[in-house]
Write a protein that binds this ligand. Structure first.
Ligand code: HEC
Ligand code: HEC
Ligand code: HEC
Length: 115
């Protein structure tokens, strides 16, 4: 009987921890992608997710893994490589796409730091 109690309480402890870990994999609010040349790019993750009605699958893992250290694969050739293939940010940020393309919109993404 004592063993059963231990077993049961052990199970609850374990599932409690597992739940805590799942909560920690919560979506980030804002990610900042570094760009030394043009100014860092704050990416409003929460707004982007809300606009997709909470559907994580639009981006994960179709475009990127859930890992801010993974490469974005967007910068090559001034974004033209991604725009030609409609991948990475240019899945949406492309001429004729859901959101503004890179041309003439550099400073909608690249924020210059105050001197
Ligand atoms: C519009 C695209 C988009 C949507 C939708 C989206 N994400 Fe992300 N998410 C990103 C990008 C971009 C990154 C960074 C990827 C990289 O750096 O390679 C990211 C990174 C993450 C990370 C890693 C954060 C870190 O600090 O390492 C987590 C966790 C995450 N997303 C969770 C979610 C969850 C949960 C949802 C759905 C509720 C979601 N995402 C929906 C674009 C999106
Ligand atoms: C699933 C489609 C989708 C993807 C992928 C996506 N965006 Fe967006 N983004 C949008 C939409 C829609 C808007 C709002 C419409 C507009 O302003 O043209 C937007 C707006 C923005 C804005 C203006 C601020 C805001 O959030 O309202 C920035 C900056 C931005 N995106 C950066 C990025 C970057 C950087 C990436 C790649 C890491 C990215 N986006 C990937 C759809 C997307
Ligand atoms: C939709 C948002 C967005 C727009 C619009 C945009 N960029 Fe970027 N840019 C980024 C992101 C995010 C990165 C980092 C990409 C990566 O790590 O793959 C980046 C990286 C770069 C880099 C890489 C060099 C560095 O500093 O590390 C250059 C150059 C660049 N952008 C130039 C431009 C120019 C010029 C324009 C306007 C014609 C522009 N970008 C418009 C989001 C954007």
């Amino acid at each position: 009987m004592k063993q059963l109690v231990l077993l049961v309480s052990g199970f609850f402890l374990f599932s409690g921890l597992a739940r805590l870990e799942a909560q920690q994999k919560k979506e980030p609010a804002i990610l900042v992608f570094p760009s030394k040349l043009f100014g860092d790019v704050p990416f409003d993750h929460a707004k982007h997710t809300a606009r997709e009605k909470g559907n994580c699958k639009v981006c994960h893992d179709a475009l990127w893994p859930q890992d801010a250290k993974a490469p974005l694969n967007y910068k090559a050739n001034m974004h033209k490589t991604a725009e030609a293939k409609k991948t990475s940010c240019a899945f949406c940020h492309v001429a004729g796409g859901k959101a503004f393309a890179s041309a003439n919109n550099c400073n909608k993404c690249h924020v210059k730091k105050a001197a």
